[in-house]
Ligand binder design. Structure first.
Ligand code: UDP
Ligand code: MG
Length: 309
């Protein structure tokens, strides 16, 4: 059985060799064939050179280098398109995903599971990360059709069948957490201790993470649009009621003193509601715009793979 390890990376020159060594060591004790496919997502440091020299020394190392930074989602998709394994493991390049649990993942796969998800233990995380994550997962339960679980990331083993199903989902705006869940298949989890990043810094700032959360909610259904519809409807109803009551009041008692407060609150509230709804609609239109362009998800500049699609 051939296992493909897919590693998306962006400016990780100091981490690549250590990861390579650790993964290779793991496979020393296994009878499985393996390949490591590094996807260089337009790094501006020496990552590509490190990959090149690694691949000259070790035939297990494949690399695909993008012409620009197309994002981790595109890099993962590219890896899935180009891997040959009977099972595929996706992991980060910064050693936050410990290679030591790979044998256990393979074992579970051989027991018959098509997806083996490495569940990150969030217990020791700081509140700054824990609370927004909690809010997001709670919210996502109501907002989207697939059930996302806290601690489940991209670190997982998936069988060839799962890979083929994922490759059929060709959308440009990708949200892998949702996609993995959406395709389904028999699934099990194992927990791992999330490690400190080996070197360098996270590429996902708080703003990028918020963007990612919005992507997640919007790319999995149109409930936010539906919500706008309800919000708008309820507000309209309340406003009509208010107008009706005020009108009756005027008929009965004549015009009282002008109500600055009510007018200004109605204007502000309605204005806010409309802007919010427009924003939600805009999010969807933006996505339609990107999807209709049908641009490639990535462009390959260099690779040591013989033939690439
Ligand atoms: N990554 C990538 N392209 C990007 C950003 C990140 O391929 O545009 C890679 C990165 O090199 C790492 C993985 O995605 O291997 C996870 O990124 P990071 O460690 O920065 O995120 P965090 O662990 O903080 O969520
Ligand atoms: Mg990381």
């Amino acid at each position: 059985m051939l296992i493909s390890i897919i590693v998306p990376l962006y400016n990780e020159e100091t981490n690549i060799s250590i990861l390579h060594e650790k993964v290779s060591n793991v496979f020393l004790n296994l009878s499985h064939q393996f390949e490591i496919i590094f996807i260089n997502d337009g790094s501006t440091d020496q990552s590509l050179n490190v990959l090149k020299s690694l691949s000259e020394r070790d035939e297990h190392v494949k690399y695909i280098s993008f012409s620009n930074n197309f994002g981790k989602e595109s890099a993962m998709y590219c890896g899935l398109e180009h891997c040959n394994g009977d099972a595929v493991i996706i992991m980060d390049s910064d050693l936050q995903h410990p290679p030591e649990i790979i044998p256990k993942m393979i074992q579970l796969h051989e027991d018959g599971y098509n997806q083996v998800v490495a569940l990150r233990n969030r217990q020791n995380e700081s509140f700054i990360k824990k609370i927004p994550a909690k809010v997001f997962y709670k919210l996502s339960r109501y907002m989207i059709d697939v059930k996302l679980k806290s601690g489940e990331g991209d670190f997982r083993l998936i069988s060839k069948e799962v890979v083929n199903s994922i490759l059929k989902m060709t959308e440009y705006n990708r949200f892998s957490k949702g996609i993995f869940e959406w395709v389904g298949f028999s699934k099990t989890t194992i927990t791992f201790e999330h490690q400190e990043r080996n070197d360098g810094h996270s590429k996902f700032s708080i703003f990028k993470l918020i963007d990612y959360a919005i992507d997640g909610i919007i790319s999995f259904n149109n409930k936010p649009l539906r919500l706008c519809f309800y919000f708008g409807g309820i507000t309209m109803f309340v406003c009509l009621l208010y107008i009706f009551i005020t009108f009756i009041n005027i008929l009965l008692h004549g015009i009282a003193e002008p109500g600055y407060f009510t007018i200004i609150s109605a204007i502000l509230f309605l204005g806010g509601l409309q802007l919010f709804s427009l924003g939600v609609i805009g999010e969807y239109i933006g996505r339609i715009y990107y999807e209709t362009k049908d641009r490639p998800k990535y462009i390959i500049e260099q690779t040591n793979l013989k033939a690439h699609k």
